[in-house]
Design a protein around this ligand. Structure first.
Ligand code: PMP
Length: 322
C-alpha cells in the first residue's frame, strides 16, 4: 500500500514476493524512517487460521509511526493487509502445534531526496514466512550478558518504537554477548546502568514464588504484546502479576537468597524462554538450578494453548481469518 502527502493511503495490491527496486537517494536508505511489526498466524483445531492480537500490533505500529514522523496505518487497513496475505498463503500455515506463519508488516519512506525531513511518500508492506517451533528439541534455557557498556535506548529516544535503528544499535552488544559465550543481551537503563529493561528481542519476567514481576514501561523499552498478555494470563492462573523495578543487584541477591525462583524472557518469536545463567563484566551466576522452572513452563503452555485454540479465548484475543 502506498501513502502520498495530500492523498493518504492508496493503491493496495497483493503481488508475488519480489525484490523492491529503489533509487540510491531513497530517503529511507539515508535517514532510516523504518518501522516494523511481528505477529503469528496459528492453525486452530477446526482447521481455520487465526492471528494473535493483531489489533495490539496495529496499535504499536501506529505509535512507532508517530515517533518516527511517519503516517499512521489505520488499524483496519493493517489487519486487512495481514488477512489478505494470510488468505493467499494459508497453505503455508503449519497444520498444528506451535509452528506458525510469521507475518512481518513494515513501513519505509519511498521518496527520493537528500534533505533531512520527514518524507512525503511511504510504502506499507507485509511479507510472511513459515516459522517452526522455536525449540524443536525441547525448551532450552538461554545464557544472558548484562550489557554495562552499551545502552539500547535513552529517555526521550526511540526505545519504545519498533524501528530499525534500535536493532542496528544493538548489534555490537549482541556480538559482545557472544564473545562472552552468552546467547542474548540484557539491556540496562541508560542513566544508572543497573535497572533491568529488556532483552534484545524479548521482554523479561522475574518469578518470586507465585508473584511475577516485569520491568515497568519506562519509555525506553518495547511494550511487548506477549509481556502484556502474560500479565493477564498469569492473573487468570492465580499468580500475582505486576510491573516493577529490578536492578542487577536485586537479581543476583534474590537469586542467591532463593526468593527469585525463575527468570524468563517472552516475545512473539520464542513465546517464553527460560533464562539459565547470567554474566556481566563483574559477576557470573546460575539462575536457580539452571533448568526451566515450573512457573515458566506453565505460563508457556497456557499462552501457546490459547494461541493454538486448545483452550478457549476468554480475552477475545484471537482474530480468525474472515
Ligand atoms: N523487545 C524487543 C526489543 C523486541 O524486538 C520484541 C519483539 N517484538 C519484544 C520485546 C517482544 O515483543 P512482542 O511480545 O510484541 O513480540
Amino acid at each position: 500500500v502506498k501513502w502520498t502527502e495530500g492523498r493518504g493511503w492508496h493503491d493496495a495490491e497483493l503481488t508475488p514476493y519480489a525484490p523492491l527496486s529503489m533509487d540510491p537517494a531513497n530517503m529511507t536508505l539515508h535517514y532510516a524512517q523504518t518501522i516494523f511489526e511481528g505477529l503469528k498466524a496459528y492453525r486452530q483445531p477446526d482447521g481455520t487460521v487465526a492471528t494473535f492480537r493483531p489489533e495490539a500490533n496495529a496499535e504499536r505500529f501506529r505509535s512507532s509511526a508517530r515517533r518516527m514522523a511517519m503516517p499512521e496505518v489505520p488499524t483496519e487497513l493493517f489487519i486487512a493487509a495481514c488477512d489478505a496475505l494470510i488468505q493467499q498463503d494459508k497453505g503455508w500455515v503449519p497444520s498444528s502445534g506451535e509452528a506458525s506463519l510469521y507475518l512481518r508488516p513494515f513501513m519505509i519512506a519511498s521518496e527520493v531526496g537528500l534533505g533531512v525531513r520527514p518524507a512525503n511518500e511511504y510504502l506499507f508492506i507485509v511479507i510472511a514466512s513459515p516459522a517452526g517451533a522455536y525449540f524443536p528439541g525441547g525448551v532450552k534455557p538461554v545464557s544472558v550478558w548484562l550489557s554495562e557498556e552499551y545502552v539500547r535506548a535513552v529517555k526521550g529516544g526511540t526505545g519504545a518504537a519498533k524501528t530499525g535503528g534500535n536493532y542496528a544499535a544493538s548489534l555490537v552488544a549482541q556480538a559482545e554477548a557472544a564473545e562472552h559465550g552468552c546467547d542474548q543481551v540484557v539491556w540496562l537503563d541508560a542513566v544508572e546502568h543497573r535497572w533491568i529493561e529488556e532483552m534484545g528481542g524479548m521482554n523479561l519476567y522475574f518469578v518470586y514464588g507465585d508473584r511475577i514481576v516485569t520491568p515497568s514501561l519506562t519509555g525506553s523499552l518495547l511494550p511487548g504484546i506477549t509481556r502484556d498478555s502474560l500479565l493477564k494470563i498469569a492473573r487468570d492462573l492465580g499468580y500475582t502479576a505486576e510491573e516493577g523495578r529490578i536492578s542487577t543487584e536485586d537479581w543476583k541477591r534474590d537469586n542467591e537468597a532463593g526468593t527469585l525462583t525463575e527468570v524468563f524472557a517472552c516475545g512473539t518469536a520464542a513465546v517464553i524462554t527460560p533464562v539459565g545463567s547470567v554474566k556481566s563484566a563483574r559477576a557470573n551466576w546460575t539462575q536457580g538450578d539452571g533448568e526451566p522452572g515450573a512457573v515458566t513452563m506453565r505460563l508457556r503452555k497456557a499462552l501457546l494453548d490459547l494461541q493454538t485454540g486448545v483452550t478457549p479465548d476468554t480475552h477475545g484475543w484471537m482474530h480468525p481469518l474472515g
